[in-house]
Structures are given as C-alpha cells and as structure tokens.
Design a protein. Structure first.
Length: 424
C-alpha cells in the first residue's frame, strides 16, 4: 500500500513542471497548516499553549517556500529525491502531498465554500452600518494592550453592522409570530475598543423596538480587570420577557464566578450548562445553555419536559420515535455544538466565537476560524435539520482587527410559516 502511494506521488512529480509543483506545494502547505490550526483552536487547550500556537504556525507557513525550494533542488536538478538516506528524500512525499492539497483539494474546498447555502428559513435581511468613530467624533481605540491594532489604516473594527434577520419557522407557536431576539456575542471587553464604543452600540440597539429576548453567547470579557465594564455597558439593554447569557473560552481564563455575578446583577439568567423552561405568551419555551468544551459537563436533558407532548416520526429502529414538540432555543458559544443541537432536537441555536474570521480576503473569504469544522460555519444562518443556527460575527476580539468583516449585532424576528414557505 505504502509503495503504491509512493509510486503515485512519483508519477505526479513527473507529470508536473517543477515550478507548478513548487507553487502547489506552498499553497497546500499553507492550507494544511491553517486547517490544522483552526481545528486545534477548537479544543480547550491552556491559554499559555494557544498564546504561541498561532505564531509558530505562521512561522512554519512562512518557511514553506524555502523548504520546498530545497526539496525540489532548484539550484541543480529541479527534481525531488526519492532515494532513501537523505533529508530531501524525507521531504519528497510531503512536497508531493502538499502539491495535491494546493492544486486539487484546496480549490475544490473553496468551491464548496462558495456554494454553501444559507438556511432556507431566512426570508429577509436588512442591514445598517454605523461608523461609531464618526458618530463619536474620535476613534475609540481605548487604552488596551492592542490599541495600536485598532488604529491601523483600513481597520473596520469601529464600523458596526446592525442587522435584522427574519426567520420563517413552521414549528413556531402561532402566538409567537413576530417574537424578537437580540443576539449579542463576543464583546471581549479588554480596553480596546474603549467603553464609549460599547455603550454607543448598546444605545443604538435601543433604537430597535425593545426585543422580547436578549441572548448573550459568551466571551464577555478578555482581561482580569474589565469585568467592571459589564454593568455600565450591558446595563443599557432592555427586554420584555427575559435575557439569557453563557460564557465563552476567554471568560474561562478569567474569574468566571465574578463575571456570572455581574451578569446576574443586570437580571441576566446565566444558564451555564443547563436549561430553563419559561412561559412566552402562554406557550412553553425551553432555553438551553451549552458552554462546552470549556465548561463541562454538557447540559443534562434527561428530565427536560416536553410540555406540548411528543411527535411520533419514522425511525430506522422500531418504525417510530418520539421528537419533542416544545420549541427549544440553544445558546452556545461555539458553532461546534451543532451536532449536539441536532441530537437534542434544538429548533434555534445561537452561537459566536469564530468572529466571521475577523480578516476575510476578497473572493477567498475567511481564513482563521477556530472550529473543528474550520470555515464551514464562519458566519450567518445555517440549517442542519432540525436545527437552524445563527453564527454572529461578534463585536470585538482579543485583537481588534476587522478587514472585510465588520463587527455585528443582530436582531432576529421569528415568524410562523408553513413548511413550504420555510423550506424545512
């Protein structure tokens, strides 16, 4: 088997000119290293480890051209060496595999990325971009460690997109038609941007009609001091039914008990890894929080009630199975919980964490997306039956860099619709 693979790689080398093999290997090397980094960042590794991982990965990517220049012996034969016993013979298989990744795998993956469908339940989107720096009369870079990044030319970190999205959901109780949810995520309070930036955004949210629900999906703070901003920033918000919050990985590196207490002071129901049943216009709603993998265990739904009963649907095992009919709303910091949401019959899932990539390249899109699915769920609305998922780009980040990827606040409006209308 191994010999057949080597023969295939040797045939590939002979079929391609050296310069194309070189370019393909560089692209494939960068592609594989980026995918690996994205997946690595999905796991709850210690902060001190992740602090250097991205820098090391970038260094390895930058070393690629020199590595493949040597492997292809551009100074002499312009060929790979397959004879065992030399360093170049060890590099030859990797060079060929990277060329395959760069010339075939990455382009195909990019096409699939372009062809991704937004959730068919999304029936309308309206968006307004507000330049907060222009509105305030100065750039609110603040005094954080990364304030210099916020001031870089072309950085869009102060240009906030206020988006309204309407979802048509056939399983929605009729009395909930028009129910609104304000989705906030990834504030990363750490000094840059400054407090005035966030207070302006919260005040601007009030220009929408008061939402029925507020959902905050983690990474509230990003320093050991800026929990002090939680009350003056989020204290501006209003709602008619309830506000719910969970924490994210950056919160996990801080005093989580203090962060949760500050949120509760504002009347947020801090879910953690648990669920609540609340009454919404006379109908039951199950609201869940999932803070895994940074906080464990995952929510225990073994006694989660199905007040509206269950629906019997076809099953491969015994012909039918029970599916909860009570509407289920999930707050998850990462979109990686989508499989858990599907398994537990979540109707609507709200997530953040990946920031839309923060830096998106024209045509290419996002690059660094800390998810085990890599770029698959980087931003927007997705449908993985039976779950509709909204992934917000967030308001900030540990590094306040935004290029072709503005910060975002989203107001979701839920509408009762037929299955045909919702595309479900």
């Amino acid at each position: 088997m191994a010999e057949s693979i080597v023969q295939f790689l040797q045939a590939l080398e002979h079929a391609l000119p050296a310069w194309l093999l070189f370019v393909g290997a560089i692209l494939g090397h960068a592609y594989l290293m980026t995918i690996g980094l994205n997946v690595l960042y999905a796991w709850p590794l210690p902060h001190r480890v992740l602090k250097y991982t991205r820098k090391i990965d970038l260094l390895i990517i930058l070393l690629g051209p020199a590595l493949f220049f040597y492997a292809l012996d551009f100074g002499d034969t312009q060929e790979l060496t397959w004879t065992r016993g030399s360093l170049r013979s060890w590099l030859a298989p990797y060079c060929a595999l990277c060329a395959i990744a760069g010339l075939a795998v990455a382009p195909v993956a990019q096409v699939f990325y372009w062809l991704r469908r937004q959730a068919p339940q999304l029936v309308e989107t309206k968006s307004t971009t507000v330049d907060v720096a222009q509105a305030l009369g100065y750039k609110p870079a603040g005094r954080g460690k990364q304030r210099g990044l916020a001031l870089l030319p072309g950085n869009q970190c102060f240009e906030v997109e206020f988006t309204e999205k309407t979802l048509a959901l056939p399983q929605l109780p009729a009395v909930w038609d028009g129910l609104t949810i304000l989705h906030l995520t990834d504030l990363h309070l750490c000094g840059s941007p400054d407090r005035a930036f966030f207070q302006f955004v919260m005040s601007r949210c009030l220009e929408w009609n008061t939402p029925d629900l507020v959902a905050l999906t983690g990474d509230v703070v990003d320093s050991s001091w800026h929990h002090r901003w939680i009350v003056p920033v989020l204290g501006k918000l209003r709602w008619t039914i309830g506000a719910f919050a969970i924490l994210g990985n950056h919160d996990a590196w801080r005093d989580t008990g203090l962060i949760r207490r500050r949120l509760r002071r504002l009347r947020f129901d801090v879910l953690g890894n648990s669920w609540r049943q609340i009454d919404v216009r006379g109908e039951p709603l199950i609201v869940m929080g999932n803070e895994t993998p940074w906080f464990k265990p995952a929510p225990d739904l073994s006694i989660c009630p199905n007040v509206a009963g269950t629906l019997r649907v076809p099953s491969a095992d015994d012909g039918t199975r029970s599916v909860p009919t009570t509407f289920r709303l999930l707050l998850s910091h990462t979109p990686d919980a989508i499989a858990w949401a599907q398994k537990n019959h979540v109707d609507l899932m709200l997530a953040g964490h990946v920031h839309g990539g923060q830096i998106r390249l024209p045509l290419i899109g996002s690059i660094f997306v800390p998810s085990r699915y890599s770029r698959r769920y980087d931003q927007g609305m997705f449908f993985e039956a039976p779950t509709v998922m909204h992934v917000g780009r967030g308001l900030s980040g540990q590094h306040p860099l935004r290029y072709f990827c503005r910060p975002e606040v989203t107001l979701l409006t839920l509408r009762k619709a037929s299955k045909a209308h919702a595309g479900a």
